[in-house]
Design a protein around this ligand. Structure first.
Ligand code: CTP
Length: 406
């Protein structure tokens, strides 16, 4: 039994696929999980609470209050009790409500009260699934750190064929098991992650920046947290919002602020992933008042910033894992290798600006992992979330290797 002792809230919503929730519930219980089913009012049109309570061995929660005795289900208690909230099937309506905090049923209030990981298995017709409203709601949920179990392509209840079919219960069950297995591996570990660009101030209204969106660094912070680690995420200015109880976000603006915080945090950490696109130069002097337009050319003198990764590489102990990134436009492998050596990294993640779909702002990435023996592992184009999971798996291997060496 692979889920013994795990507390799972299974949210069921009003979709034809609700019958599959019964099969999923049976699988979860067979693996030893304690499951509290929460059904939306619409879900009960598709499958009865009697089936679900019989399979879970617990009354199904659905209304805020019991019509019989006025007792109420505490969504706060359920949210805190759960190690995982799994919503399968999740309709477009539920996904929309989750994204925007519309608490008109017990499932959404439980979701908003939860402190644990949330997994969502969407189920809907193909046109509903690919509607921009639904896709942007899913994007919002991803930005909250929720895991989306992508629907499969196949025959839909409407008779149409396409993407929207809820993933099969046995595959969802494997995702749940994988989540708990992976989660354990970095329990009690602490990681520093840097993300985003830095802004180097010229005057009160201008700065030198770069195109980094922070997406890769935030995805790594989420993947580390999903593996059980505590994460200190030192982030430059980005437009990403995440709430994950395992992630502490420390907002900074400049390279020197990032430098100071990293040097403070790293000695207490088990490792660091340096994802930020740190400015290499900063203005030599800051003008306290706005620089005025003039007829002459303006020269701004720049001075080099501290190389944070290189400094961490110097103080790194034998037990700490240090990972860097290299975004290159030419001589990619040679440049990345020399950065790994110079900064004393355990491995470096190389992105090439020449690969379509890699680099800043996009949601995908194509990476080559290079380790200290110059072994190169090339991956295909993947979502940044998947890339983050791969990088974290590699970090776990490195940690295990270092621990076994002592
Ligand atoms: N890095 C850092 N501090 C800096 C510059 C870079 O911590 N001041 C880190 C990045 O987060 C990344 C790695 O070092 O993990 C490589 O960054 P990159 O900008 O590719 O390399 P640089 O050393 O700045 O070299 P160059 O800009 O000349 O390519």
């Amino acid at each position: 039994m692979r889920l013994t002792g795990k507390h799972i809230v299974l949210g069921v919503t009003g979709s034809i696929a609700a019958y599959k929730a019964a099969i999923l519930l049976r699988g979860l219980v067979k693996e030893g999980a304690e499951v509290q089913v929460v059904m939306t009012p619409a879900a009960k049109e598709f499958i009865t609470p009697v089936t679900m309570s019989a399979l879970s061995g617990k009354p199904v929660a659905s209304e805020f209050f019991s019509a019989n005795d006025g007792s109420w289900y505490s969504h706060v208690d359920m949210g805190q009790w759960a190690d995982l909230i799994l919503i399968a099937p999740a309709t477009a309506a539920t996904i929309g409500k989750m994204a925007h905090g519309v608490c008109d049923n017990l499932l959404i209030t439980t979701y908003l009260s939860a402190k644990c990981q949330v997994m969502i298995a969407p189920a809907m017709d193909l046109d509903m699934f690919r509607h921009p409203a639904n896709l942007s709601n899913l994007e919002i949920l991803r930005s909250f750190g929720n895991l989306i179990i992508e629907p499969a392509e196949g025959e839909l209840a409407s008779g149409l064929y396409g993407k929207g079919r809820m993933e099969e219960p046995e595959n969802i069950l494997e995702e749940v098991v994988h989540f708990f297995n992976q989660k354990k591996k970095l329990l009690n570990r602490h990681f520093l992650v840097t993300a985003g660009p830095t802004h180097e101030k010229i005057d009160p209204v201008r700065f030198i920046g770069n195109y980094s969106s922070g997406k890769m660094g935030y995805a790594i912070a989420n993947a580390l947290a999903d593996s059980g680690a505590k994460v200190s995420l030192v982030s430059g200015p980005v437009h990403i919002k995440i709430t994950n109880p395992n992630i502490t976000i420390i907002q900074v603006e400049s390279a020197s602020e990032m430098h100071e915080l990293c040097l403070r945090i790293f000695p207490e950490a088990d490792g660091a992933v340096m994802c930020a696109a740190v400015a290499d130069f900063t203005p030599l002097s800051y003008s306290g008042s706005k620089l005025k337009r003039g007829k002459d050319e303006l020269t701004i003198q720049l001075k080099p910033t501290n190389d944070i990764a290189e400094e961490l590489g110097r103080i790194k102990t034998g037990k700490q894992v240090l990972v860097g990134f290299a975004l290159e436009t030419n001589d990619e492998l040679a440049n990345a290798w020399s950065k790994l050596k110079r900064k004393n990294l355990d491995f470096i993640v190389l992105n090439s600006m020449n690969d379509p779909g890699a680099g800043f702002a996009v949601d995908t990435n194509k990476i080559t992992l290079i380790d200290m023996d110059n072994n190169q592992t090339v991956s295909e184009l993947k979502s940044k979330k998947e890339v983050a999971v791969d990088i974290v798996s590699r970090i776990i291997l490195e940690m295990e290797r270092k621990t076994s060496q002592k």
